[in-house]
Design a protein around this ligand. Sequence first.
Ligand code: FE
Ligand code: FE
Ligand code: ZN
Length: 304
Amino acid sequence: MIIGCHVSFKKDCLLGSVKEALDYGANTFMFYTGAPQNTLRNPIDPLSTLKAKKIMQENGIDINKVICHAPYIINLANNLDEKKYAFSIHFLSEEIKRCEEMGISYIVLHPGSSVGIPREIALNNVVYALNKVLENNSSVTILLETMAGKGTELGCNLDEIKYLIDNVVKKDNIGVCLDTCHLNDAGYDMTDFDTFLQQFDTMIGISYIKCIHVNDSKNPVNSHKDRHANIGYGFIGFSSLLKIIMNEKLREVPKILETPYIGDSNTDKSRIYPPYKFEIAMIKKEEFNSNMMEDIREYYKKTS
Ligand code: FE
Ligand code: FE
Ligand code: ZN
């Protein structure tokens, strides 16, 4: 089982991220190269990167399964503001360079939002941008994330994902990141994952799936909301998520948790704790822990 979660990425680059992942009992992880909502980036520190790689090797973390996530302010779909569109293309290229510097193979990307232009035109803008970014030969693969369909988000159905992949010239540099919460919210029943996977395979091909974001959803199927819930605490449920994680056909695909942090209590709302150590333990044990929230609060109160 290759399982990890979203971790932070600070001045020491991958080094801090690896340590955080190991603390959660993860054997892979996902990071943003800086704040996800802005484009301020520090240069990659080669020495920290080297140290991080050594720790990964010692602990059986395969760097080829480690995932970077592009900031979500990149929007390749809308070109009404030409400067912004050009900036998105440029910034994604820079992110890919940073991945190359660190030896990271995959970067997850939200396809974008059409905001005020027809969807077909927006899709073609994404195609143009992806091909532009991939013009420079690269070892990095862009993974298009399946989206919930909130607002004018593209990529919230398999037809759109297929359209994008079909029109990207360099097929070796394009793939898909499934997000279980997003798929649920987009109208795909994750409690019947085999049917979904069959459909995906027929339309696109299972081999394009290079990452799975494993999240429960706070809303029922087809709600188009995109609000993640902790594993087993949402509408998809523990057993369905576990089946997805354990699916033989996706054995080599890294599973990444992006579930919400847990609030301390009603008395101290400012303190939040990461759920990942406990969610990963629960998944490894293959047994739902209905007392997880309490366990998390208790554990982090003791250690802080
Ligand atoms: Fe995402
Ligand atoms: Fe996601
Ligand atoms: Zn989401």
